[in-house]
Ligand binder design. Structure first.
Ligand code: KDG
Ligand code: MG
Length: 400
């Protein structure tokens, strides 16, 4: 058996997605997600011009060897563009293997470790009232874990909060102004006092700081949130400096999560080995695919670090399919983020995974149980889009 064709399909059904499709001489094909939000075409070019020509003619059964060839053979290792490209090929190869063997991926990965993977959804609002109303709706819908985000008083815009106005020029990043750390730090404990009171004791509450604090500020926030028993505090500081988490750990027992921007095990090696975090947020699409994430999970398991993979809407339904299989099979997955995709995505992607009563289920179709409709994808051409940027009140560029 060999790969006869390898395509990159860039489409924008509500938002941009980059999908790899590998075809074989036996008529079986596989799909993988390569979306890198805001830098989609860099990955598409990497795949088209450099990686995919190396995959044509190879036996798709040799997943590990192809992974190593793409990783080591490039000489220039790691990085989000390279690793998203490798991930897409890797997932498509696992999809082909499952279809050839007539087995869902979760079965190939060792079978079920749980009956379903708990997901967390997002309660987000511009006011506390709006946020608590969403929290109540999601709780009533069966979610067991919910991330709570709300605009702090005095701020116009904040990450993940619906925008009050559209960018002046849609081709440029939306600039958030007036990020105010003090206002945020004063507000968040009050928000969680209200959320805990409204939600009761059983619901898991999460919060994403989105890389905005210094280590000592993060330690202070974690300490003041302890009484509300968060499931985790995410991305409290930018994580390029892994040792910074030592400072946070010295000050709080609030569980810490980080890693949605990590690409290889080397990005979290110190965090895991020193047990500076409780949850690792790496995803299949940005973490080198199923093959690499299996190694990451096994390494983390030794140090009692659990996984809570990234699952924002910019991770396509194909990544969610891969996650559904990986999560149910992997012993130390604790929770999976789940954010619904735009409605139009259903016209382009078909998939078997589902969220039922707050748990993610992969389905029983052979392989991934997900596919792309290439003709439908053509109706949604790529639209240039950027992630927003953040500035402090005095105009200094902040983290987003
Ligand atoms: O592309 C970036 C988004 O996926 C990210 O900002 C969302 O932080 C995020 C999260 O936790 O889902
Ligand atoms: Mg996040």
């Amino acid at each position: 058996m060999h790969v006869t064709a390898a395509k990159v399909i860039v489409s924008s059904p509500g938002r941009n997605y980059v999908t790899v499709k590998l075809e074989t001489d036996q008529g079986v094909h596989g799909v993988g997600d390569a979306t890198l939000n805001g830098r989609e075409l860099a990955v598409a070019a990497y795949l088209e011009k450099h990686a995919l020509p190396l995959v044509i003619g190879r036996d798709p059964a040799d997943i590990e060897d192809i992974w190593q060839m793409l990783y080591k053979g490039a000489y220039w290792r790691r990085g989000p563009v390279t690793m998203a490209a490798i991930a897409a090929v890797d997932v498509a190869l696992w999809d082909i293997k499952g279809k050839v063997l007539g087995t869902p991926l979760w079965d190939l990965l060792g079978g079920r470790s749980r009956t379903g993977t708990m997901v967390y959804s997002h309660a987000t609002g511009r006011t506390v009232g709006e946020t608590l109303a969403k929290l109540a709706d999601l709780q009533a819908a069966g979610y067991k874990a919910i991330r709570v985000q709300c605009l702090a008083p005095g701020m116009d815009e904040m990450y993940s909060i619906p925008r009050s106005k559209e960018p002046p020029d849609p081709r440029l990043p939306f600039v958030e102004s007036g990020w105010d750390t003090s206002a945020y730090l004063r507000f968040v404990p009050k928000l969680f006092a209200s959320a805990r009171e409204a939600a009761g004791d059983d619901l898991h509450l999460l919060h994403d700081v989105h890389h905005r604090l210094t280590p000592i500020e993060a330690g202070d926030l974690g300490r003041r949130l302890e009484e509300f028993r968060l499931f985790w505090l995410e991305d409290a500081v930018p994580a390029e400096l892994q040792a910074a988490f030592r400072i946070i750990r010295q000050h709080t027992t609030t569980p810490l999560a980080v890693g949605e921007v990590f690409n290889t095990v080397y990005d979290c090696e110190q965090l895991v080995r020193e047990q500076l975090i409780d949850y690792l947020r790496m995803s299949i699409v940005h973490g080198g695919g199923i093959s690499h994430m299996r190694k990451v999970a096994a390494f983390a398991e030794i140090y009692r670090v659990r996984l809570g993979p990234h699952g924002a809407a910019d991770l396509s339904p194909v990544t969610m399919a891969a996650a559904a299989h990986f999560d149910i099979a992997t012993h130390n997955v604790a929770v999976q983020e789940y954010a619904p995709h735009p409605e139009q995505a259903r016209e382009v992607f078909s998939y078997q995974w589902s969220v039922e009563d707050g748990y993610l289920q992969p389905g029983n179709a052979p392989g991934l149980g997900a596919d792309i409709d290439e003709q439908a994808a053509k109706r949604f051409p790529y639209e240039r889009d950027y992630l927003p940027v953040s500035r402090l009140a005095d105009g200094t560029m902040g983290s987003w």
